[in-house]
Design a protein around this ligand. Structure first.
Ligand code: TXA
Ligand code: MG
Length: 338
């Protein structure tokens, strides 16, 4: 017999096709007129506003309840748009752009004055990316302006990887939700900063760090203490379900609690029988598939009335690095109440 939880993980995805062109056109019109629109990208859904319209961007912060010190990524559909937002782009950044755009990579470079200060939280640098998603690209083209967009979730909560997740947090408070079906990568973009002397990895994400380092050499990782200034928003508890998350090597701990297990691959019975709910992220050990399923699985676990979610550490390679980063943020400082 099938376990319903597992069926959902693997089959829920294929329901929705592209939105009709008329919907994309309406969304673009709303953005041009200073409205805010949630839209799909290959990583997660974004909540967009015209990057040159400070008032529209301010609404994005309000709706998400996001603190103003946490800057937004600006999305473009063509490298030609880079010069609208970036003052300069160093050679290393160009190497990455040529190889990884469109795709899950954000570069941080000195900003043009025209980019509203609220977008960059007052920083002199701007994060820019070109998404690899046909709906996002069409929308950006039709909007005719770069779009500042954080993930379309309430601040600090799990990022949305389909339109239903966006509705859960933001229905009624945004002007439109463009439904482009489930996201194919499922974890946010990798962020590399070229604002300092050496390139820095500000966030591991959908582009594997190894592939970036193969092109431009080893990346520096900011010290935890300097993270606030290098990449605001990084040092906070983030990507967090309401249920406490514990990363454990031996998962059969905490007797007497309702426990969920977030596993990379199918687990033997002697492990799963200790858990009330088990989510398996990949049947064949694919880290890409695991990343794609991660946030939806965390949401389902969070809705299962558990006392605790136990996650085993993923291999520190490819997208495993980004998965471990999100899990460790989700596990920050939440008390377990039996
Ligand atoms: O895949 C993604 O990146 C998604 C989709 C929607 O594009 N966006 C996303 O945005 O994850 P958000 O707002 O949830 O995360 C943006 C993070 C900020 O918290 C901050 O750490 C970093 O990007 N960031 C943005 N602009 C920056 C800047 N100028 N300097 C340093 N870090 C920046
Ligand atoms: Mg976010």
């Amino acid at each position: 017999m099938f376990n319903m939880t597992q069926i959902e993980t693997f089959h829920k995805s294929s329901i929705r096709a592209q939105p009709p062109a008329s919907e994309i056109a309406s969304a673009a019109r709303i953005l041009r007129d200073g409205g805010i629109v949630a839209f799909p990208t290959e990583t997660v859904y974004g909540l967009g506003a015209d990057a040159f319209n400070a008032q529209a961007v301010a609404r994005v912060f309000e709706v998400k309840k996001r603190p103003r010190f946490d800057p937004l990524i600006v999305h473009i559909h063509d490298v030609a748009q880079l010069e609208l937002v970036a003052e300069s782009v160093p050679a290393g950044a160009w190497k990455l752009i040529r190889k990884f755009w469109p795709g899950p990579l954000t570069i941080v470079v000195p900003k043009r004055p025209a980019v509203a200060d609220i977008v960059t939280a007052g920083l002199p640098n701007v994060g820019v990316r070109m998404p690899r998603h046909s709906v996002a690209l069409e929308l950006l083209r039709a909007a005719q302006t770069p779009i500042a967009a954080p993930s379309a979730n309430l601040f600090g909560r799990i990022s949305p990887t389909d339109a239903a997740h966006v509705r859960e947090h933001l229905a009624g408070s945004v002007d439109m939700i463009l439904d482009g079906g489930p996201c194919s990568v499922g974890i946010e973009s990798t962020i590399v900063s070229f604002a300092g002397k050496v390139p820095m990895l500000l966030r591991p994400g959908g582009t594997p760090t190894e592939e970036i380092e193969n092109l431009i050499g080893e990346l520096c990782v900011p010290e935890p203490t300097s993270q606030m200034s290098a990449s605001p928003g990084r040092s906070l508890r983030h990507y967090a379900p309401a249920t406490p998350v514990v990363i454990a090597t031996t998962p059969s701990i905490l007797p007497g609690l309702r426990k969920g297990l977030l596993a990379f691959t199918p687990q033997p019975d002697y492990i799963t029988r200790d858990f009330d709910v088990v989510e398996v992220l990949s049947h064949n050990g694919s880290l890409n598939e695991a990343a794609c399923n991660l946030f939806a699985a965390l949401r389902r676990l969070d809705q299962s009335k558990l006392d605790v979610i136990i996650a085993k550490k993923f291999p520190e390679q490819g997208l495993g690095r980004a998965i471990n980063d999100r899990l460790s943020r989700a596990s920050q400082s939440k008390r377990i109440e039996p």
